[in-house]
Design a protein around this ligand. Sequence first.
Ligand code: ATP
Ligand code: MG
Ligand code: MG
Length: 383
Amino acid sequence: MKRLGILGGGQLARMMALAAAPLGVPVVALDPSREACAGQVVPLVAGGYDDRAALEEFAGRVDVATFDFENVPAGSGDWLRSHVEVHPGPGALATAQDRLSEKRLFRELGIPVPAFADIDCRDALARAVDEIGLPSILKTRRLGYDGKGQFRLRPEMGAGAAEAAWDALGAQVDRTGLILEGFVPFDFELSVVAVRSRDGDFRTWAPTRNWHVDGVLSASLAPAGLDPELEARAIGHARRLAEALDYVGVFALELFCRDGELLANEMAPRVHNSGHWTIEGAETSQFENHVRAVLGLPLGSTASLGHACMLNWLGAMPDPAPVLAQPGGHWHDYGKSAREGRKVGHATLRADSAGELASSLEAVGAALDRHDQVAPVLEKLRG
Ligand code: ATP
Ligand code: MG
Ligand code: MG
């Protein structure tokens, strides 16, 4: 078996490595931190993403490289590509690293997007706020994740909104670029997690309904209970994107749905938090299919196994017992130290019917005192 290298050693790398093990694929991860949680399950090369000595050591130990972290500097990606195979390719990575190029590509492909404007100075922001209106969101073009690097311009801020947004993020303009987006008062959010093989085999898991709190994913539900036409449209968008980028591996397309319309928010050129439920809730998980795709192996079925709900654990791990007591309860502790707002683990509840899933979820929510986290999912399952 070829050896797999992962740039980034967080929980995504850790779950990829756990999926690679039964395939007999040896994995090495590169991460700037010696504490990176993938290091508990695979050997870690400790070094920065632009540290040539670390990249050389990493390249010497792997045949194919992929990403847990997409913001690896382009120069390092290029250097690696001249030494080992790397998937996804440079075009996909460059596009997905930049919210502006990502949105332009979506539009070119006929995938609707919220109103947006490139912001390169204070005046450009003032003009864009006049044009797009309030509410809107100012975001860094690059390097944002989990809602970081964003400022919401609220209607009650009135004429001071642009100034307040510039005060919050203007200092980033040279480093990351900025983009203003119209705020979409969506009915719900969904994502399509998809995989494409080197020979163009394209598959998606059941589109997933997602709930965020303060810009961070809180819960996911699959299947999402979508109208079949809407579901087909969402999958069509993901397919066009994959083909346009000649994509190899797993990616996620995040969408807002409003009045039956789908608007693309962003894509992630990697396995995705909203696909964690596939570990127990699908015939082949996103992690296994990503490993298969980048190594050139046949893809596995993405069929769902009943109904699944994933709950993210932020800050610190709760008591596992109430989840483990459920018939389809599964626990994932990433082995990270507790820190405010940090993703430290997740649970997946799986059941054969929506009714059984709701019962499990309600029991877990009550036992862990997580009523707010489970309430919207229960409402969807029972509504
Ligand atoms: P991640 O990569 O972790 O998904 P991120 O930092 O890239 O997050 P976004 O996906 O852009 O951030 O935004 C996080 C969440 O904030 C979205 O899932 C959505 O709930 C909300 N949000 C972002 N942009 C908009 C928008 N234009 N309209 C309405 N809500 C938005
Ligand atoms: Mg993002
Ligand atoms: Mg997002």
